[in-house]
Design a protein around this ligand. Structure first.
Ligand code: SAM
Ligand code: SF4
Ligand code: SF4
Length: 379
């Protein structure tokens, strides 16, 4: 892999200190950013470590034994995460996604879930709490996660062909064990389960139809994600992106599809249902989703904030700088001061990288270095 770009600068150190504001921002649950987008979805990365080395996310050449992962003292504790989340919720967050790295590697993650499950939205509703996992530890942990208050899981699986999957996770992990994890999650009631497949043209695009056949009629919602230019280490190339329209076309050539309405505002996936003989959605056969992060930007409705493992707030998956919240937590700021600071940051947000991608000048070699890694801020 001689053309792979290795980052020379550790982007995690690019931070904006967060100033305490003198201007109070009442926590009304209706906070808008500079483009009038509300804050609804918080993705929390609970570890920067992973037991897989998917080449599109944590290539082995970079994430080797010498990689400077964060020390334990740098990570936010569960109490710190919950305290911050409470302030995010006061500004309108309704949905939490735990991610990483591999979130099930974080010890006692179910204790964090218990704490988050006790929070209530401004309308007094429980939060929608979900988790994205590579599935490797799910068989063992599904029931404890459910008991702690987790509602659903999303499992990543890039193909059913064992050789293809083992090569993509690059640690020789078998498909069978991920499928067992999915079954355990179904049995524990962590549904409806979503399965995420990142499609790389020439690597696993021949697995699209086998995956669609396998999961149709099982209640599992299979979602195809366009391979994205996140981070700076995956050697991304546009010619390896298979546009979602092509995914839909290939599936529909064998299994007819009808387009479905979005399930919620800000929903990233376009939904397609399997059709019956009359061309209507056959609910028993289920549905798929396509996430066209590259070919069809959805920044206009992006209501997501991302919290890194050590407390930096990122306003976009492609941001190069985070807002450092940990000094507030560890420096004696009050809850009100933290809530005011979050409001000031969100109100200043104007990120819309995917919409601008096509009009940006071509990246100079190494330019992509300015972005943080997906394994650090989560997907
Ligand atoms: N380790 C967990 C997992 O794999 O599900 C959670 C973290 S992972 C960063 C979250 C999601 O991001 C996964 O579904 C993964 O497939 C996706 N992802 C990672 N790198 C990506 C890329 N370059 N393009 C598109 N999706 C990517
Ligand atoms: Fe790990 Fe998930 Fe990244 Fe794969 S996509 S390397 S499983 S964090
Ligand atoms: Fe949201 Fe940034 Fe993705 Fe646009 S590029 S949808 S703003 S995370």
């Amino acid at each position: 892999m001689s053309d792979r770009v290795i980052p020379l600068v550790d982007q995690r150190s690019r931070v904006r200190p967060v100033a305490l504001s003198n201007e109070p921002h009442p926590a009304t649950g209706h906070l808008l950013d500079a483009l009038s987008r509300p804050l609804r979805d918080l993705r929390i990365s609970v570890t920067d470590r992973c037991n897989f080395r998917c080449s599109y996310c944590m290539p082995k050449e970079v994430f080797d034994k010498d990689y400077p992962y964060l020390p334990h003292s740098a990570l936010l504790s569960f109490e710190e995460i919950t305290r911050l989340t409470r302030q995010f919720v006061s500004h309108g967050v309704q949905k939490i996604r735990l991610t990483g790295g591999e979130p099930l590697l974080r010890k006692h993650i179910e204790r964090l879930i218990e704490q988050l499950a006790a929070l209530r939205t401004v309308d007094g509703q429980p939060l929608d709490i979900t988790l994205t996992t590579n599935g490797s530890l799910l068989e063992r942990k599904a029931q404890a996660l459910k008991d702690a208050g987790l509602q659903r899981v999303t499992v990543s699986l890039d193909g059913l062909d064992d050789a293809v999957f083992r090569a993509m996770n690059d640690v020789d992990f078998p498909v069978r064990d991920v499928l067992r994890g999915i079954d355990a999650a179904l049995a524990a009631g962590l549904g409806p389960i979503k399965v995420n497949m990142v499609v790389k043209r020439g690597t696993n695009d021949h697995e699209i139809l086998p995956m669609a056949r396998h999961f149709s009629g099982t209640g599992v919602v299979l979602r195809f994600i366009e391979y994205m230019d996140v981070g700076a280490t995956n050697g991304w190339r546009m010619d390896e992106v298979l546009p979602s329209v092509e995914v839909v076309r290939r599936i529909a050539s064998e299994l007819p599809l009808v387009q479905l309405d979005p399930s919620a505002p800000g929903e990233t996936a376009e939904r397609w249902g399997y059709a019956d003989a009359l061309g209507r959605h056959d609910a028993a056969a289920g549905e798929i989703g396509v996430i066209s992060s590259v070919t069809q930007a959805f920044c206009g409705s992006c209501n997501r904030a991302r919290l890194s493992t050590e407390g930096k707030l990122y306003l976009c998956l492609f941001a190069s700088e985070g807002h450092d919240l940990r000094p507030l937590l560890r420096g004696g700021a009050s809850d009100e001061q933290i809530a005011d600071a979050l409001a000031g940051i969100w109100q200043g947000r104007s990120d819309r990288y995917s919409e601008l991608r096509a009009s940006l000048p071509p990246e100079a070699p190494g330019e992509g270095r300015r972005r943080v890694e997906m394994s650090y801020i989560g997907g």
